[in-house]
Design a protein around this ligand. Structure first.
Ligand code: GLU
Length: 299
């Protein structure tokens, strides 16, 4: 199958240099391989997503010289798909409702007897406050957060027999085979649905990548630690696992990762200053596409 990749920003603010790098790398990789480049909007959090940010994203990407194949996919249009997957996991006894606020989780995880709180891909590892001894049963509840019972999920995925492996072409130390301990200790019971949002990022990204037949996920190294969650969900849901490439992050002069609030590095700010797309490629140290060699994943 030919290479299919995507860029999936959240329309919650302006794109900055880090996004430009990610989008350009994914786009150039697809084009160099004669493949497909998709644009998807991670707009599940409707309290923060704004149509004007979505419009600016498309305009910034077009200004950078990027073209994408087919219509833009919006996660907010896919809630029934996410719900069906949640129902399937619920029916297998792998989910439970969670009523903890972020503050409850931090307080429980920092109780004196717990030692220093451990952190996983989603921040403080969930201290299992709401985890039931037995799967809850009954119909899938609505409107509440739902967590994956990692002990049951690891067993259902057969991780003790067949640890989880996937291809990672970006980071220097690709993960070895991951057994149940990695998931129960270093990740914990992650949320697959958040209160008021139909699904969490982890569930949505896995279903979207599968439904869009994405063969290569090219994204920042900040998401590398979340990837085992995605590969576990693929195994649980019988979905294919793409190749992952987590690229270096673009940092400011002090070494800090760029964030949405770094307005000075917004693509729109460079555009307003009269900079060119070639200037932005130079700033992120990415050669123009016609200079790409066969190793297009070298970023
Ligand atoms: N929406 C995510 C972000 O902006 C990217 C998700 C992904 O590429 O998997 O960080």
């Amino acid at each position: 199958m030919s290479l299919r990749t995507r860029f999936a920003p959240s329309p919650t603010g302006p794109l900055h240099l880090g996004h430009a790098y990610s989008a350009l790398l994914a786009h150039d990789t697809a084009r160099a391989a004669g493949g497909t480049f998709l644009l998807r909007l991670d707009d599940l959090d409707q309290s923060r997503a704004r149509p004007e940010w979505a419009a600016l994203i498309e305009s910034d990407l077009a200004w950078l010289g990027l073209t994408w194949n087919g219509p833009v996919l919006r996660q907010s249009d896919r809630l029934p798909r996410y719900r069906a997957a949640l129902a399937a996991l619920w029916d297998r006894g792998l989910l439970y409702p969670c009523h903890c606020s972020r503050r409850d989780i931090e307080a429980a995880a920092s109780a004196p007897q717990e030692g220093a709180p451990l952190h996983g891909p989603d921040g403080v590892i969930y201290p299992d406050t709401c985890r039931p001894a037995q799967p809850p049963g009954g119909p899938l509840p609505e409107g509440v957060a739902l967590r994956l019972d990692m002990t049951r999920a690891a067993a259902a995925a057969g991780l003790d027999v067949t640890p989880l492996c996937y291809q990672e072409t970006g980071v220097a130390d690709p993960p070895g085979p991951l057994g149940p301990d990695h998931f129960t200790r270093a990740i914990g019971d992650v949320a697959l649905a958040r209160r008021g949002l139909g699904a969490s990022y982890h569930l949505a990204v896995v279903l979207d990548d599968a439904d869009q037949s994405v063969t290569h996920v090219i994204r920042g190294a900040d998401l590398a630690s979340a990837t085992p969650i995605h590969v576990l969900l693929q195994r649980l849901l019988g979905l294919p696992t793409p190749i992952y490439h987590h690229h270096r992050l673009i940092r400011d002069e002090t070494g800090r990762r760029l964030a949405k609030r770094d307005d000075a590095r917004a693509i729109a700010a460079y555009r307003a200053e009269g900079r060119t797309p070639a200037d932005l490629r130079a700033l992120v140290r990415l050669s123009p596409p016609h200079h790409l060699g066969p190793n297009t994943l070298g970023g």
